[in-house]
Design a protein around this ligand. Sequence first.
Ligand code: FAD
Length: 456
Amino acid sequence: GPVILWLRQDLRLSDQAALVAAVKEGPVIPVYILDDAAPKQWTIGAAQRWWLHYSLKSLDEGLRQKSSRLILRRGDCAAELQRLAEETGSRRVHALSHYEPWWRNIERTVAQELDLQLHEGMLLLPPGCVRTSTGGLYQIYTPFARATMLHMPPPEPQPAPSRIDPPSEWPASDSLDDWDLRPTHPDWAAAFAKDWEPGEAGARRNVASFLDEVKDYDVARNLPSVEGTSRLSPYLHFGEVSPAYVWHRVSAAPGDATTFLKEVIWRDYAHTQIWALPAYGSQNARPDFNRIPWRDLREAKGDFVAWKKGRTGYPIVDAGMRQLWATGWMHNRVRMIAASFLIKHLLIDWRHGARWFWNTLVDANYANNSVNWQWVAGSGVDANLFSRIMAPLTQSPKFDAADYIRHWVPELAHLDDKVIHDPDSHDVRPPAYPSKLIGHREARERALAAYRQSRR
Ligand code: FAD
């Protein structure tokens, strides 16, 4: 009889261990189940729904080229898989392992009812593989990365099967368009398609076009004004490409790829942290941070809205927040600056910022988002010091962000490099652009006072 291939954040046909295993056993029923209840507050965010629509469409097309197709269901994953098993007479389910806490719960429930076969492939190495000499997990990224490197390269990626046998009869499927994953009125994602091509083919094109840039990555990755990074994050999140495939292609490119490969290891590191501490997205990893007197969001609402809209009066922050809104992505250096600004300059709890990112990023990922926000806040297991307050007005010229600001904050496009980073202080601020919500020195003192209070 047929076997079920349960697809989640692994929407690809190449280097897909669950698919490879399934085709060996007989006809395959590939299914994607949209479950908006189980992840609770971590249900797929708005920008990712746009992505998911096109990714599923592309996956279905890919499957059809191999005489298969994608079955769509909506509801509780375990209940839907059970129903599918009854309809098709197949109790055997192949899937890749996922480490978000809700996926782990669902996997446990499914395994109680059905013959669930889990395979690896979302990470370079499954969490818990890399351990310290005393058998513990690494808390700090650098030694984790060093230890991971010893196990690299990952296994050669496996090609997509040339044919995927269909069952004699297809079970019922929802229609993708009925899911309404794309925004309509207003269509705030209108510009996304200029930047992104969700799906496996788009992922591979992105990898291919990055190969020429690998040699410049060390320097270029820090400069928001140039396209110096791979922009693979949404593809990796949705599993449209495997990290093993990325590893092998990029290592073979001209230049030294070590810095880039270490960034890919950051993903593994972050997933290891949420595996060890599933509440990483909602709880401070360092409990002493529970005592920080964050501003009440009712009182700080105006500041929070200004941050979300890119109207803080700090051009580098505003450029980043507007890039995020327009494209569903933000440059890593600017994510750090914008997150730090919310947490320290505005003294707003990192969880509010993480939530906004969750809804607006096409690469929103429970592990990467939570671990990076807590890293910036200082509340993570591996974190910088809260008292090291990033200065956006220094960072902006240091990383040459003038062109980036010109692009995303057109009100300032006419200003020259010397003044564009801080138009307020140079008395050249056009009326259309807001003045600073708070001065750097004042913000810094307020943040440090709050931190001292939490330590008492
Ligand atoms: P590249 O520089 O080309 O890196 C290649 C890949 O390595 C990325 O695609 C990503 O998968 C991984 N990677 C790189 N940097 C990191 C990192 N710091 N942590 C974990 N993985 C990394 N990344 C997400 O994928 N999802 C998120 O929700 C997310 N939220 C973030 C929130 C904040 C506050 C910060 C500071 C960073 C966040 N990041 C997140 C990490 C990083 O900013 C993005 O992965 C990166 O900007 C994606 O662009 P790229 O693919 O061009 O990266």
